[in-house]
Write a protein that binds this ligand. Sequence first.
Ligand code: A2P
Length: 259
Amino acid sequence: MQKDNNGLHQLEVLKVHHWTSSTFSFSCVRPDNFKFRSGEFVMIGLYIDKKPLLRAYSIASPNWHEEFEFYSIKVEDGPLTSRLQRLKEGEKIIFRNKSVGTLVNDALLKGERLFLFSTGTGIAPFTSIIRDPETYDKFSEVILFQTCRHNNELEYGKSIIESIFKDELLSEIVADKLRFFPTTTREPSQYFGRITDWFKSERFVEEVGSDLEPLEDRVMICGSMAMLNEFKEICLKKGLKEGSNSSPGQFVIEKAFVD
Ligand code: A2P
């Protein structure tokens, strides 16, 4: 992998998929010899007027995958996403070859159930985690939630879940350990309402069997600021301790979005 004068590498785009008018995913050729932990993020972007414009993006594919996948919002006047959304196969993005993040198995103590709470494109690190066999070594149940406004915004997550159960090896590892609750807030669906509101009602316990339990349950959270703050509060109130890479705990939040 060759660096340019700015210490950046180029990655060739393999596929682009537009899920809704405001979301898309794309995959790139995985850089040679690049290692990361499922759930981490990297800096990616484009040269704009000869200057690199980079943003933090979670790697949505697991660490064993030959492709590097990203899931992104489209912001019409956003400096980067307005251009990224026009990417075509064969074009190149730039990439800094260092991955970091707290939404990793290493930052959590071993437990029974792993809860993954997300809103919108916050599901990206979790589509990596749920495809990593290590997750199922560490936890006997993995329960993924994604809250979006509309049903069509849940399609990316649903397609990843489908692909897991179609994959011969992964489906055997995952078997009946993985559950997905795709919830909507502005359109009727099977699972209606913000997941934070489920907590305030009986719904959460009804669906998952029991309340959050600090001794057995572990939590990862990734989404909008409002949702991160609300969930952090919920976890602290339930007696869960925040973890980090140097000191694993019972819940973790993606700091890249918090600061
Ligand atoms: P709502 O439609 O009730 O605002 P956004 O597009 O604004 O980032 O929101 C994505 C999804 O996250 C929406 O379904 C939104 O619900 C939901 N959401 C927003 N704030 C919170 C929160 N504090 N806790 C849980 N879900 C939230």
